[in-house]
Design a protein around this ligand. Structure first.
Ligand SMILES: [Zn+2]
Length: 417
C-alpha cells in the first residue's frame, strides 16, 4: 500500500499524464495514467498539473539576509557592500541570525525549495556564531529542508592569523563544504592551497566566490582549474559569480570554458547581485556583469544559478524564488526560446542537484519524494508566469500548501447574479 499516489501528473516533456506513488518518503511507483491504480492511503489527483522535483537553491547567504533597514546608506560597489556588511556583522547575535534565516527559509520552502546550500560567514569578529546558527537550523529543519553549510571566509583567510584555525573549527562543528574567495587575499595560491588542502584533509567539496568584477584580466578561475586538477577534485568544485569571464576576450573565455567543462567545475550565476553591482562602468556592448551563460553552456559546463543575497547591501532585491532568478537570466542573457526555458528549469533542479552532489534526487524510482505541484502548461509558462507552488513535499511529507483561488469580474458577476 502506497502512502500517497499523485494521479494524472504532467511533466515538462509533455508526454502522457503519469501516476507517481510514494512509500516511506521514496518514489516507488511511476506509470502512465490508466484506470487501474495501485492502492494508496491518500490519492491526490493533479488533473494535468505539473509534478516537479524539488527546487534547489545552490548559493545563498542566510546570515546576512534582510539587512536593508539597518543600512545608513545605499551601496553600489562590491567593496562598499563588504565594508557595510562587516560593520553590521559586529552586532549580529545568534538569535538575530536565526530569526532572519528562518524568515527566508519559510519563504523558500513555500516556493518549492527542498535543498539549499548556504554560506556561513567566518571571521575573527563573528567567529563561529553564524556557523553555529546554520548548523542548528540544519538539524532543526531535517525532514523539511536539506541544508548544506559552507564555511565561508568572506574577508579572506590571511587578514587575521586566527582564520585557518577558525576554518578547522567550522569543519569540526559540521561544515559540509569548504568555502573560499579569490579576491580578498593578495596571496591567491596560498589561499587556494589552504582551501583545497582542508577539502582533501576532511573529504569535503569546495565552493568558491570567484572573479567578481568587470575586470577582464581578473581570471583567478585559471588557478582554480589548476588546483582542481592538482587535488583530483573534478566534479566536486563549484564557483559563484565568475563575472569577469563575461568581460574577458572571447578567445580567452572560450578556452577557459572548455577547461571548466573538462575539470567538471560547476558555475553558479548570481544575477540578482551581479547585475546590481557590476556593469556600472564604461563597457562595450551590452555587458551587464554576468558570467557568460551561453558560452559556458556551449562548452558543456554545468551552469546553474542562485539567489546569493536577499535584501541586503549586496542585493537590495530577492524573494528566494529560484524561478524569479531564472526569469531574470532569461531576460538578460538572451535565453528566450522554449529550449532555453527547459534549460533554465533544468538549472534550478537537476543541474543544481548535481553541483550539490545530491543522491536520490529527481522523479525516478528509488528517489526521495521531494516534489512540487503547480499549474503550468510547459517550461515557458512555468518560468514566465511563475505560478504558486500549490503543494511542496519533502520525503513524501507535505511541508507547504498554498491555496489558489482566483475570481475575476466575470466569475464575480456570475456569483452575484
Ligand atoms: Zn555569495
Amino acid at each position: 500500500m502506497l502512502d500517497i499516489l499523485f494521479t494524472k501528473s504532467a511533466d515538462l516533456v509533455s508526454g502522457p499524464l503519469r501516476d507517481v506513488g510514494v512509500k516511506d518518503g521514496k518514489i516507488t511507483y511511476i506509470a502512465n495514467h490508466s484506470g487501474a491504480v495501485p492502492e494508496s492511503r491518500e490519492i491526490c489527483c493533479l488533473d494535468g498539473k505539473l509534478l516537479l522535483p524539488g527546487l534547489v537553491e545552490p548559493h545563498i547567504h542566510l546570515d546576512k539576509a534582510l539587512l536593508l533597514e539597518r543600512m545608513a546608506e545605499d551601496v553600489t560597489e562590491l567593496r562598499q557592500a563588504i565594508e557595510v556588511t562587516s560593520y553590521l556583522k559586529q552586532s549580529f547575535t545568534a538569535e538575530d541570525i536565526y530569526e532572519r534565516a528562518m524568515r527566508i527559509i519559510k519563504q523558500a520552502v513555500s516556493k518549492g525549495i527542498t535543498h539549499m546550500r548556504c554560506h556561513a560567514e567566518i571571521d575573527p569578529v563573528i567567529g563561529l556564531t553564524s556557523m553555529e546558527a546554520m548548523v542548528a537550523l540544519r538539524q532543526q529543519l531535517k525532514g523539511i529542508l536539506d541544508i548544506q553549510v559552507v564555511a565561508f571566509p568572506q574577508d579572506g583567510l590571511f587578514q587575521d592569523k586566527r582564520m585557518p584555525i577558525l576554518m578547522k573549527e567550522a569543519v569540526a562543528l559540521g561544515a559540509d563544504v569548504i568555502g573560499g574567495i579569490t579576491y580578498m587575499d593578495a596571496d591567491l595560491s596560498g589561499h587556494l592551497e589552504l582551501v583545497f588542502g582542508l577539502a582533501r584533509q576532511y573529504g569535503l567539496p569546495v565552493d568558491l566566490h570567484v572573479d567578481f568584477s568587470d575586470n577582464p584580466h581578473q581570471l583567478a578561475i585559471q588557478d582554480v582549474i589548476q588546483a582542481t586538477r592538482k587535488y583530483g577534485m573534478q566534479g566536486k568544485v563549484s564557483v559563484g559569480h565568475l563575472t569577469s569571464l563575461g568581460a574577458a576576450e572571447r578567445g580567452d573565455a572560450e578556452r577557459i570554458a572548455s577547461a571548466l567543462a573538462e575539470a567538471g567545475i560547476h558555475v553558479i550565476s548570481l544575477p540578482l547581485t551581479d547585475l546590481y553591482l557590476n556593469g556600472r562602468g564604461d563597457h562595450k556592448g551590452d555587458y551587464r556583469g554576468l558570467t557568460p551563460i551561453s558560452l559556458l553552456l556551449k562548452h558543456g559546463v554545468n551552469v546553474i544559478y542562485g539567489s546569493n543575497n536577499v535584501q541586503n547591501a549586496f542585493t537590495p532585491f530577492g524573494t528566494t524564488d529560484p524561478l524569479d532568478v531564472g526569469l531574470l537570466l532569461a531576460q538578460t542573457s538572451h535565453l528566450g526560446s522554449a529550449r532555453d526555458a527547459r534549460q533554465l528549469i533544468h538549472m534550478a533542479t537537476a543541474g543544481a542537484a548535481a553541483a550539490l552532489g545530491l543522491s536520490g534526487y529527481g522523479i525516478r524510482i528509488g528517489s526521495d519524494a521531494d516534489l512540487v505541484v503547480c499549474s503550468a502548461k510547459d517550461a515557458r509558462s512555468l518560468l514566465y508566469e511563475r505560478p504558486e507552488r500549490e503543494r511542496v513535499y519533502k520525503k513524501g511529507r507535505l511541508v507547504s500548501q498554498t491555496d489558489v483561488i482566483q475570481q475575476n469580474w466575470l466569475s464575480l458577476e456570475t456569483v452575484g447574479s
